[in-house]
Design a protein around this ligand. Structure first.
Ligand code: RIB
Ligand code: CA
Length: 316
């Protein structure tokens, strides 16, 4: 089994990712940490516990993390995820409590143990990268427990929160810059599952209507129905769930190694992931910036049908 940790801002599509990670037989979900993002931290935590209950995984430790970004004011996406972040669907909310540790401490402890045992962990951040930045700067030794980071965020070509920037990176650009820099310095292989592929793993309403017979399947159906109605479409992307698919089945994702930087200023482009797709063997001496020292495996294409089937088979 592959040990994983999810860092989430649950969120309808984080919920799709949690159901998959909690139920897939090849993943060992060691912990889930929460950050404010799509909705406020209290809602994120309650939604996360609720989804894990539905998945039949009350054993997975869940920790509260950063409520707000490192520097800028909090921004949310209730217009996408509903007032409560879980689409305001009719579903019993969890009463379970969280781990007593802060998310950064839970991450530190699980990763240090992984480093000691050699069972290295794949970290899957699906939220603003606030918790992960705090972790890597406060306890850099914990990176020895990481096999890799596969994060949902950014894009080479498009934005959603703004024309330039994807929501997770736009919400906390400083954190994203710290994570990419620290991952480079600490030698942690990093994959960016961004908007270039995010929308391509689609579950149709017809497929979703076949989901029944267990709390996990029922919740999965409601999530797809809600996302479909929000986008007025006959199906919906599983969003963050695709990043978990990429960990389970990496050959369904095409990636290319590119230098990446985070835009921290810019009138219209703050929070953009600047993916350097130039021919680096050309003469770059006139470029005052030079190449970013951090290379990231950037997702450029995905086998959406295969990942949608993987998700459907697992959540049901
Ligand atoms: O921008 C994509 C983001 O939208 C992801 O983090 C996902 O959680 C959704 O909220
Ligand atoms: Ca998310």
């Amino acid at each position: 089994m592959k040990p994983v940790i999810l860092d989430v801002d649950t969120g309808l599509d984080d919920a799709c990712a949690l159901l998959l990670a909690a139920r897939h037989p090849e993943l060992d979900l060691k912990a889930v940490t929460c950050a404010g993002g799509n909705v406020g931290l209290d809602d994120v935590v309650r939604n996360t516990l609720t989804v894990l209950d539905a998945a039949g995984r009350p054993d997975v430790p869940v920790a509260r993390g950063a409520a707000v970004p490192l520097l800028q004011p909090v921004r949310m996406a209730r217009h996408v995820h509903g007032a409560d972040g879980l689409g305001d669907i009719d579903w019993p909310r969890s009463t379970r409590t969280t781990d007593r540790r802060h998310a950064v401490e839970l991450l530190r402890d699980v990763l240090r143990e992984a480093a000691a045992t050699g069972e290295l962990i794949t970290l899957i951040p699906l939220a603003p990268l606030t918790n992960i930045a705090l972790l890597l700067r406060t306890y850099p030794d914990a990176a020895a427990g990481l096999r890799e980071i596969v994060f949902m965020g950014g894009a080479a070509r498009i934005g959603n929160a703004t024309a330039s920037a994807e929501f997770n990176i736009w919400t906390d650009p400083e954190a994203a810059a710290i994570v990419l820099t620290a991952a480079g310095e600490l030698g942690v292989p990093t994959t960016m599952y961004g908007l270039d592929v995010f929308y391509d793993v689609v579950v149709t309403l017809e497929q979703a209507r076949g989901l029944s017979g267990s709390p996990s399947a029922e919740l999965a159906r409601k999530l797809i129905e809600k996302r479909s109605s929000l986008y007025q479409s006959d199906g919906a992307s599983i969003g963050d769930g695709g990043a978990v698919c990429a960990v389970i089945d990496p050959s369904g994702l095409t990636t290319q190694p590119f230098p990446v930087r985070i835009e921290l200023s810019g009138s219209w482009s703050r929070g953009r992931t600047i993916v350097d797709t130039r021919d680096w063997s050309a003469d770059l001496t006139s470029d005052p910036h030079g190449l970013s020292p951090t290379k990231v495996q950037v997702a450029t294409a995905v086998d959406g049908k295969r990942y949608a089937e993987l998700w459907l088979a697992t959540v049901s």
